[in-house]
Design a binder for this molecule. Structure first.
Ligand SMILES: [Zn+2]
Length: 133
């Protein structure tokens, strides 16, 4: 094991991990890069990109896709929690309570030619930073 590259990679991953754990919400790539640089100022965009891809492969990072939104990244929790999208700042938050699995209740209403695989609960509104006028 050669020390230098491993050490660098570890510090860079730590920066990504810390950025996400402090954020308390899923971050898009630009936000992740900006916050990772608070921990490791010299970290480059391509390095963050490469590390994110590796962390996704290792399941130490989860990519969140929501309709009409850029991909975001979050640390895995294993819980199925609803997402909250702020109509003002467009930030995405993960709400703390798991939602009940609503799919079984809808099964009889889904036409037989469709094969449901999952569902996603998205709540829209205003975050604590953006009270409605
Ligand atoms: Zn907001």
């Amino acid at each position: 094991m050669s020390d230098a590259p491993t050490f660098r990679r570890t510090r860079q991953r730590e920066a990504i991990y810390n950025a996400l754990s402090e954020a308390e919400r899923p971050l898009n790539f630009e936000e992740l890069l900006e916050r990772a640089r608070m921990h490791f100022p010299k970290i480059g965009e391509r390095t963050v990109f490469r590390n994110v891809r590796e962390m996704l492969d290792e399941h130490s990072l989860v990519r969140v896709y929501l309709p009409g939104q850029p991909a975001r990244y979050v640390l895995p929790t294993g819980n199925h929690c609803p997402h909250f999208i702020c109509r003002n700042c467009n930030n995405v938050f993960v709400l703390p309570e798991e939602t009940p699995d609503i799919l079984p209740g809808y099964a009889s209403k889904i036409p037989p030619e469709f094969i449901p695989e999952g569902e996603e609960v998205i709540i829209y509104g205003y975050c604590r930073e953006c009270p409605p006028e």
